[in-house]
Design a protein around this ligand. Structure first.
Ligand SMILES: Cc1cc2nc3c(=O)[nH]c(=O)nc-3n(C[C@H](O)[C@H](O)[C@H](O)COP(=O)(O)OP(=O)(O)OC[C@H]3O[C@@H](n4cnc5c(N)ncnc54)[C@H](O)[C@@H]3O)c2cc1C
Length: 378
């Protein structure tokens, strides 16, 4: 629905979902299952906008497979009864393909969505949240923040960051001019950038403050995924890419002939092209930090229902969800909390939401976090 078609007058929503990416669409499907009727998903652009902005060549590292028929949800699904592998017929979707899957979920579930609404700020007055938007002020009893991370890159961290180009601003590696590149950050998106540049015959140097390609854990939130490790071993990557582990970058200086990258070890490297920043994302949760207590690592402190411990009624969904040492940064992790949030909102509205129990059968309802953190033995 467009802004012009929508009548805002006097409406108080039971819930507003801010952001219609993987998290917003998924939690909206759970709200619908819980029989909450008066809710609305909002997006500053459109459903799946962040995925549509991924570099054209970038693909999901988590593989899709149509496993639903034996009671296991496709690892990249955000809603029961759906499978990106089935609909898209690819194992590792591009961002654009995944955006089309999210739009299909919106259609299949008939989810209410208002696009082109940018939420500027949120306050709570009495029992109601007031959302100042690019259009009008919207009011709701509950808010689910699902603004994601991709549109909020980390542009700080060392002197001269402004001379670099963040991977979130690269539409495609195909059009990139130059033969020699420096990538700062060697986790998933940094190695992805190096891989695509190497495929195009470029020489690439990757600097990382640690050594993610040798991390000894089975948790892909910390170690590189098998998909990426496989790429790392490819002949082209081995030939074209030099990896510099345990080499934090301290500064980037713009010079007449290009850029100088200085490391904490005191080494200087020259490059004619803007260094590529793959140092992660500040995340959209920074916009709502006044409504949450903060953990030591800066992420919002959440109740067992992913609700604010400071301002009841506002929830966080998506990759910024943290519980103790557990990082819910992948879809297959954070989707297990959609039903937890939907249940909490439903019960506060006086609805039973018993139907959400079915999410347990599908591994989509994680309310006992004691199982988390298990390592694989082999
Ligand atoms: C480069 C990269 C690769 C990743 N690869 C994988 C992977 O392979 N597998 C996996 O499981 N996970 C992956 N992730 C992690 C995670 O699944 C993604 O970050 C995912 O996009 C998060 O979904 P989201 O809905 O929280 O955020 P987004 O997809 O970013 O959606 C947020 C939405 O909110 C809207 N929005 C933002 N701010 C506002 C506002 N103020 N007002 C209104 N609307 C707003 C945006 O337009 C956007 O549509 C990856 C993450 C990144 C950054």
């Amino acid at each position: 629905m467009s802004e012009e078609e929508f009548d805002y007058s006097g409406c108080i929503y039971d819930a507003l979902v801010v952001g219609m990416g993987a998290a917003g669409v998924g939690v909206s499907a759970a709200l619908k299952h819980a029989e909450i009727e008066n809710f609305m998903g909002l997006d500053r652009q459109m459903v799946g906008a962040s995925f549509a902005r991924w570099p054209k060549e970038m693909r999901f590292i988590t593989p899709s497979f149509p496993t639903n028929s034996v009671g296991m949800v496709d690892i990249n699904s955000v809603a029961l009864g759906t499978s990106p592998a089935y609909g898209l017929q690819v194992e590792h979707p591009t961002g654009l393909a995944f955006a089309s899957y999210l739009n299909n979920v919106v259609d299949a579930y008939d989810l209410p969505v208002l696009e082109q609404i940018d939420v500027k700020s949120i306050t709570k007055e009495g029992d109601l949240f007031h959302l100042e938007t690019s259009a009008k002020t919207l009011k709701a009893k509950h808010v689910v923040w699902a603004g994601g991370d991709f549109q909020y890159p980390n542009l700080n961290g060392f002197e001269g960051c402004e001379h670099c180009r963040h991977i979130a601003t690269i539409p495609s590696y195909a059009g990139m001019k130059g033969d020699e590149f420096i990538v700062i950050g060697g986790y998933e998106s940094g190695i992805d950038a190096a891989y695509h540049l190497a495929q195009r015959g470029k020489r690439v140097r990757v600097f990382d403050e640690g050594c993610p390609w040798e991390a000894e854990t089975s948790d892909p939130s910390i170690a590189l995924s098998p998909y990426t490790l496989e790429r790392l071993r490819s002949e082209t990557f081995q030939r074209q890419v030099d990896l510099f582990p345990n080499t934090p970058v301290e500064a980037v200086l713009a010079q007449d002939s290009g850029f100088q990258v200085t490391t904490a070890k005191g080494q200087n490297f020259k490059t004619p092209i803007k260094p590529i920043l793959a140092t992660g994302f500040a995340g959209s949760h920074t916009l709502i930090s006044h409504l949450f207590e903060k953990r030591e690592d800066g992420y919002p402190l959440l109740s067992e229902h992913d609700e604010s411990t400071l301002v009841p009624g506002i929830f966080l969904c998506g990759p910024a969800v943290r519980h103790e040492g557990e990082i819910f940064c992948f879809i297959y992790k954070y989707r297990q909390r959609f039903a937890v949030v939907a249940k909490r909102i439903a019960t506060s509205l006086g609805l039973g939401a018993e139907v959400l129990e079915i999410y347990r059968d599908w591994g989509m309802y994680l309310d006992d976090l004691s199982c988390c953190g298990e390592e694989c033995v082999c």
